[in-house]
Design a protein around this ligand. Structure first.
Ligand SMILES: C[S@@+](CC[C@H](N)C(=O)[O-])C[C@H]1O[C@@H](n2cnc3c(N)ncnc32)[C@H](O)[C@@H]1O
Length: 413
């Protein structure tokens, strides 16, 4: 088995993120072989997998195909899984974890399927080397994914290990934080490419602002992580990995030479020295704890100097000169009794857009379309997303200047 041979790689993502993942893969020069609801297939090597883990912003896992076979019972699964030369992939003193899932009448317990694959791996390595690797549920070492659909099964080496959305910077979550991969997809959908100013009132734990700063600085999210599944594969090429990281750092510094953006607006922390070559990113929240969490998270991500934080009501958020993107993710109101208050908040967002943001492009990410109607402006686009199981929309509002002004309140999105 030669993992440097091109083979099928399945890059998985959350529901609704496929189009953005596809854009990212195309930008990195990969041709899509097949698309699924929550994943995209390409043909590539383990070296490519390392690069994908480093650069992709919207992916969950990068899975390298090891074996595929017809499978009608757990015994079948064990037998076929035993044919893989695991001893060439995992050290006998290593640690393996197996994640199984899919949809098959041949199995009703996915833990049992995981167990079968795990047994096949450790039994084979024990028979060849005389020693059994450890196994368990931790996903931070050698991870194998098993997909079993109807009578067919795929075994993948999970080159990411833990989900790529776990970037590692969000040590202090605030209320209802977005997954980092979802935030990156939302920014891509809003057309954010790091060349325009971004204002993010209601920033919560700062995920949107931090992802935006990573994009603006050209910093691949994988630079933030020190552990990936591929590092636990026998023969891991650390030199190649360090070369990829160096290349990513080089691109990051090149990216800093952009257009100079006008000075920061009053009211933002004056002692901050934002990168003069990068457009401004401003994040505010009414809750002081959210601002403190966001600042700490941004520090951990190494982008705190690129974001100006301020505690204030969203309507008092200072806007820089010029035009850009203003993006809010208000609460959706899952609990009874919150609705009346949130209706007022959404209506106030509409007023804020009308009165303070002409010339900007407004975006609201919400999982509650009934509340979105209270904004009172017509959305020119409604882009579907999922936040976990909740179907959401990213709503776009063109906030024209002058006479082409916004339709009066009462218009529904
Ligand atoms: C759904 S959370 C945002 C989550 C964020 N996208 C993240 O990933 O962490 C909504 C945020 O809006 C803030 N908020 C609520 N009412 C506000 C107001 N009137 N002005 C400013 N922020 C407000 C809350 O404190 C909360 O942090």
């Amino acid at each position: 088995m030669d993992l440097q041979q091109p083979n099928t790689i399945r890059v998985t993502c959350g529901p609704g993120l496929g189009p953005y993942l596809e854009q990212e893969l195309a930008r990195l020069g990969y041709t899509v072989d097949a698309t699924h609801d929550t994943g995209i297939e390409i043909t590539a090597t383990l070296g490519d997998a390392m690069k994908l883990n480093l650069y992709l912003r919207t992916a969950n896992h990068v899975l390298y195909l090891l074996s595929e076979f017809a499978c009608t019972s757990p015994d079948d699964l064990y037998r076929h899984a035993s044919f893989v030369e695991w001893e060439r992939l995992l050290a006998p003193d290593g640690y393996v974890s197996v994640a199984a899932g899919g949809e098959s009448h041949a199995i009703d317990n996915w833990t049992f399927a995981s167990l079968k694959v795990k047994d096949a791996i450790v039994d084979r390595i024990a028979s060849v080397t005389g020693r059994r690797p450890d196994a368990g549920s931790l996903r931070d070492a050698f991870v194998v994914n098993c997909y079993w659909v109807k009578d067919y099964c795929w075994l993948y080496l999970n080159t990411s290990g833990q989900k790529l959305s776990d970037r590692g910077y969000r040590r202090i979550p605030h209320k209802a934080p977005m997954r980092e991969t979802l935030a990156a997809g939302v920014l891509m959908a809003a057309g954010y490419d790091g060349t325009q100013p971004l204002v993010n009132p209601m920033c919560g734990s700062g995920t949107l602002a931090i992802e935006a700063a990573l994009i603006a600085a050209g910093r691949p999210p994988g630079l933030l992580r020190s552990n990936f599944g591929f590092m636990h594969v026998l023969g891991f090429d650390d030199d190649a990995w360090q070369a990829l990281r160096r290349e990513a750092h080089r691109q990051k510094w090149q990216k800093g030479v952009g257009s100079l953006f006008p000075g920061r607006p009053e009211g933002c922390f004056a002692e901050k020295t934002p990168d003069p070559f990068l457009p401004q990113i401003i994040a505010t929240d009414i809750d002081d704890r959210a601002i403190r969490a966001s600042e700490q998270n941004a520090r951990t991500a190494g982008v705190d100097h690129l974001i100006q934080f301020k505690q204030c009501d969203f309507a008092d958020t200072p806007l820089p000169e010029g035009k850009g993107i203003i993006l809010l993710n208000p609460e959706y109101g899952q609990r009874m009794g919150e609705r009346a208050e949130l209706e007022k908040t959404y209506a106030r967002i509409g007023d804020f857009f009308k009165q303070k943001c002409p010339g900007w492009t407004g975006w609201i990410f919400t999982g509650n379309l009934a509340l979105a109607k209270k904004v009172g402006l017509r959305a020119s686009r409604r882009i579907p997303f999922f936040n976990g199981p909740i179907e959401c929309r990213l709503l776009k509002y063109e906030l024209y200047e002058g006479t082409r002004d916004i339709p009066p309140a009462g218009f529904v999105p």
